[in-house]
Design a protein around this ligand. Structure first.
Ligand code: ASP
Length: 329
């Protein structure tokens, strides 16, 4: 029987109602397991309480904590299941995909829209299916399992706030469907030795463009952070009203060694700055095109690369190098 480490970090799955009727994490990792007695027939699970947080409060330090917890237990277990709040689960999944490379052992993140203690909930189904996928001989690497779907850690996004089918695989096929048994659509394999690089530095800001936005904000933010992600319109570009202020600010920041990445507010098909004149001139200036990467992967990858203290050119080269299908070139 395979050995699985269940790492509990909080989220709705582990929440109970507080006195004012709102939900907050309270259920322990051991208690989570008591709600799924059939887990004993699937694998030998050990429960470990790493955090008990609403995932709104999970940040890069917790990503590092989770990656280190897996590193410390890597030889002792065959697979890892992390229970996590859904709100920032996609960011954590992306971050772990970068921090743990050549990872042959499955790391499954799961959670739920309804708490595990309620009579009707999606929590038990998600947890059991996560354990089933974690124990499948063909499983490797970081994924989210939610509502029977297995989604690559670098491709997941929360697209529904309340429904059970809360996650979507963005511009990439689902890896598998698990409903008591595994139906696999994508085969993955890792040949080399696992490597952990558990670092991150959050010197980063994401700017969502809106019509009529004032360009001065770019300069103000740029002075504070090492990297800026511009969430532009369509395939990506910046307006040239405002005395060409956007262009001037971005040029000044790039001259000062800042990393500027262009992505899109549109969910599917990514950015392509070369398409229109409003983007083309930025590409020439050295703004980096995120193409089809999700915002979650862009943020996690940039924080991870900033944490490695690479020089600007090296960082850009690594950012553009695909990892776990985060960009398809
Ligand atoms: N706010 C919760 C969290 O992300 C939502 C959930 O788990 O579904 O922790």
């Amino acid at each position: 029987m395979k050995k699985v480490l269940l790492i509990a970090t909080g989220g709705t799955i582990a929440s109970k109602q507080t006195d004012n009727g709102s939900l907050a994490p309270d259920i322990t990792s051991e208690e989570l397991l008591e709600y799924v007695p059939e887990a004993k027939d699937i694998c030998q699970v050990t429960a470990y309480q790493l955090y008990n947080l609403d995932s709104t409060n999970i940040c890069y330090e917790h990503w590092i904590g989770m990656a280190k917890c897996i590193e410390q237990n890597y030889q002792k277990y065959d697979a890892f299941v992390i229970t996590h709040g859904t709100d920032t689960m996609a960011y954590t999944a992306a971050a772990l995909s970068y921090m743990i490379s050549n990872n042959r052992k499955p790391v499954l993140l799961t959670g739920s829209q309804k708490s595990i203690y309620l009579r009707d909930n999606d929590a038990r189904n998600n947890l059991i299916n996560a354990l089933i996928f974690a124990c499948d001989d063909m499983s490797t690497g970081v994924h989210i399992l939610f509502d029977n779907k297995v989604i690559l850690g670098t491709r997941a996004r929360k697209t529904r706030t309340k429904s059970y089918n809360a996650f979507t695989s963005i511009d990439f096929p689902e890896v598998a469907i698990v409903d008591g048994k595994v139906r696999r659509y994508i085969e993955e394999s890792e040949q080399s030795e696992v490597k952990f690089c558990c670092v991150a530095r959050p010197s980063l800001f994401v700017v969502k463009m809106f019509p009529g936005m004032d360009s001065s904000i770019i300069g103000l933010i740029g002075n504070q952070y090492d990297a800026i992600v511009l969430e532009g319109f369509g395939v990506g570009g910046m307006p040239n009203y405002d005395s060409d202020g956007f262009y001037q600010e971005i040029r000044r920041l790039i001259d000062n060694g800042k990393i500027i990445v262009m992505t899109t507010q549109v969910t599917h098909e990514g950015s392509d700055m070369t398409r229109y004149a409003v983007g083309h001139r930025l590409a020439k200036l050295g703004v980096i095109d995120a193409e089809d990467m999700t915002l979650e992967s862009i943020v996690a990858k940039l924080m991870w690369l900033l944490g490695r203290n690479l020089n600007r050119n090296h960082l850009i080269k690594e950012f553009l190098t695909p990892i776990r299908w985060d960009r398809l070139q």
